[in-house]
Design a protein around this ligand. Structure first.
Ligand code: MF3
Ligand code: CO
Ligand code: CO
Length: 287
């Protein structure tokens, strides 16, 4: 049972790799050590934005399917199976599968896991907080989102953390406008999170997404003026704040993926992919 006596998560057993039908096109990095450095831009024409929206919808609906299966006793591997089958049955490729060696189709990040949790035989228990992060690749483009859920009933401070993290993403999205620097997004998120004394994770950021899974464009979730890229109409990126009930220092497990808070405090995250419009932002990862 992958938890120690304090309830702290420990690595579990990872099941065999799930197959993807040969008819489904793979991202270029699959079967390689990592992606080829991306040289394209972050601004897309209207037609390509609609393709990103189609990928984003598949990913969002896959999360809906996972949400319906959440209950005490379910394993994160079973959630991976549900997401994987949903994505491939919609003729899309689950972008994390084989990305820099990540072995599964979804990231499942429980309690003190900040992000990049690997689905395994961990069984969820009542009151757990779990983030599901799914990216779907179809028609040559990725759509990336995540949401955090509570299994059954959560403690009041857990419920507050989840709702305020959702609100932090909403405020980040509201800060999007052409002509502004991307650092306005982090400023909006951090100033909101600070009201509650929450930690705002700095080591993992939002990113340009579309033809590349991670384009190189960085979107900070904290006040960081050095990220001064100017938003343009048609620019596509994610915003994905991670807030904690404690500190922002993180550790990575020896699997080289699983990121936890060093103080083991609870952490929540929400993510959308969006396009910058004349009037603000249009979310591309809705069901
Ligand atoms: N979907 C994550 C993000 O929001 C990336 C996961 S990469 C993985 O950027 F390899 F950990 F899956
Ligand atoms: Co992302
Ligand atoms: Co993601």
């Amino acid at each position: 049972m992958p938890r120690d006596s304090n309830g702290t998560l420990t690595p579990g057993r990872v099941s065999a790799q799930r197959p993807v039908p040969a008819s489904i096109p793979r991202p270029e990095y699959v079967g390689k050590k990592g992606p080829t450095p991306y040289t394209g831009g972050d601004v897309y024409d209207a037609e390509t934005v609609e393709l990103i929206r189609a990928s984003g919808r598949i990913a969002s609906q896959a999360i809906d399917a996972v949400e319906a299966a959440l209950r005490p006793g379910v394993t994160t591997d079973e959630l991976d199976r549900i997401a994987h089958e949903f994505v491939v049955s919609h003729d899309a490729y689950p972008s994390t599968l084989g990305y820099r060696g990540f072995p599964k189709s979804v990231c499942t990040s429980v309690n003190e896991v900040v992000c990049h949790g690997i689905p395994d035989d961990t069984e969820l228990v009542e009151g757990d907080l779990i983030n599901i992060d799914i990216t779907a690749f179809a028609n040559g483009v990725h759509g990336d989102l995540n949401r955090t859920f509570i299994v059954g009933e959560g403690a009041p401070e857990t419920v507050d953390l989840v709702e305020r993290t959702r609100e932090a993403l909403r405020r980040g999205i509201k800060a999007v406008a052409p002509g502004r620097e991307v650092n306005v997004i982090g400023r909006a998120i951090e100033s909101y999170a600070k009201r509650f004394g929450y930690g705002v994770v700095r080591d993992y950021t939002g990113h340009g997404v579309g033809r590349a899974f991670h384009s190189g464009l960085i979107i900070p979730h904290y006040d960081a003026p050095q990220f001064d890229d100017v938003m343009e109409v048609g620019m596509v990126f994610t915003i994905e704040p991670m807030l904690t009930l404690g500190g922002i220092e993180a550790d990575v497990w020896s699997d080289d993926w699983t990121v936890t808070t060093r103080d083991k405090s609870l952490t929540a995250q929400f993510e959308h992919t969006l396009v910058v419009t004349e009037r603000g932002a249009d979310i591309l990862t809705l069901s």
